[in-house]
Design a protein around this ligand. Sequence first.
Ligand code: ZN
Ligand code: ZN
Length: 625
Amino acid sequence: MKIVLPDSSELELPDGATGLDAARAIGPKLAEQAVLVRSNGSVQDLRAPLEDGQQIQILTTRDSDDPDALSVLRHSTAHLLAEAVLRLYPGTKIAIGPPIENGFYYDFDFPEPIGEEALERIEEEMRRELAEGRSWNREEVTPEEAKSYFAEHGESYKVELVDTAEGPITTYTQGDFRDLCRGPHLQDSKPIKALKLTGLAGAYWRGDERNKQLTRIYGTAFYDQADLDAYLESLEQARARDHRRLGTQLDLFHLSDHAPGMPFWHPKGMVIWNELEDLRRREDLKRGYVEVKTPLLYDVATWVTSGHWEKFKDEMFIVPYSDRELGLKPMNCPGHMLLFGSGLRSYRDLPLRYAEASTLHRNERAGTLHGLLRVQHVTQDDAHMFVTPEQIEEEIFGCLDFAAYLYDLFGMEARFELSTRPENKLGTDEEWDFTEGALRNALDRRRIEYTVNEGDGAFYGPKIDLHMTDVLGRSWQMGTIQLDSQMPARFGLKYMAEDNAEHTPYVIHRALFGSLERFIGILIEHYAGAFPFWLAPVQIRVIPIGEAHRAPAHELAAKLGEYRVEVDERNETVGRRIREAELEKVPLLILYGEKESDEALAVRERGGEQSTKSLAELREYLATL
Ligand SMILES: [Zn+2]
Ligand SMILES: [Zn+2]
């Protein structure tokens, strides 16, 4: 048979030849370094047979940053982990152990629970296996053979996996450990030059919370120790920026099981919250929005009218009320529709822009909650614009301009994505040509670069979403701008147009921060907690050197009363008080001792730069921050 290599050359091989045979036919060095076969976007074990005419690429240990090459290395390391665990903890049952982004995990059912401290011991055992050397032996077996083998060894999870497996059943054996596995695997453990177990977590068998909770051990592996070192370093940096850790360190908020996924905001966190609220309100007013307030709870019938009941019911909290049920709002739209419909509207009233930063509740699955980034208590900087068809483009432009202003203010780069007509769209293609065109024109006019998600729009209209990435590299949706032709019709909304006939307005749903909770979470990570002066919960901290300096320190703080100033007069050393202010990332410290007065203040900036300024000079400087 013939196979095709990446340079389009053909290689003649005997029938039944494997990727390893192909590598050997090309050269002994390649055969030694080969780790995996990639073929038309999928991967297969070097020892799996090739097919006549198959196009293949052979990945080697030199492809040390190729995601597929890393996956096969890491998955093979997961098998070493399972072998080590079974040797150290007899009676443990093994479940699944796939490669994931940045590493691998393996799920175990331990007879006795283990703690983080066990990881070191297990890692040591894995290193011992590496030192001894392991090779992987791949076998195709019948389901009956596989089941009887794993049943004999007490591996009930594996038996269950055989029952639901599709395609041929294969096992991989290294040393005295045999695992049910589709592969692919390395030929042997030589390419595993660096490994690390990174953590422990609970995980339900098959991801179903009705099943038994297993212990998941996370780890990673690399082709090179330097790659692992670099990865651990970046992980440490990411951890230091993690908003959950900084939230505690900076005393901004906490989360508790008393109210799952609903943050408790501490006084310092509220300072940031209120600064963002003030910013939103100021800009909304400047840009012609009017503020409204609508109820939190609505009769289920309202949610049926809005369409949320059909699409969003499972994510709503329902509250019984006399003989009916009320739904806690997951979105503000119905309230704003009812408000618009409460009076007679003329084209002269449009565009009408209702803004409301209300609290919304969304019933999220417990496992998906994540710090401030996924919460059940969501506060959106929400607005709904009621517009005529002619006003769509200008309003979208206004939203984009507003969004660009906000994200620029924080030096954050959001990714803009335009989502177009889906298969289940309502309305004609001509209508969609018009609405999508209006969004594209507005994006182009505001000179915003964007990607297009074909077919990803809502059934009622196209939308523009803003995305950001957190320190762990995960993408989160922030703001959204959605054009909607359906909800106003569902609520029977009308306005009197210039032609003296009643027309249904379009509505634009818009949130720019998105959720204030999520935005603050991203903001904490973006600044690594070192907020700009205007956002910092404590802007200036005065540290009196000795007891005698406490009174003048307080006098100074009072003179700077328009700022958020604290006096740290605790009986701690000056060095310690400075260090703590640095940990809290306070932008400006003023040390007040014998030599200080309004004429000469010792000012220390975040980052350590020191200068002497008179009070007047300090005021001038603060005005520039
Ligand atoms: Zn495997
Ligand atoms: Zn809405």
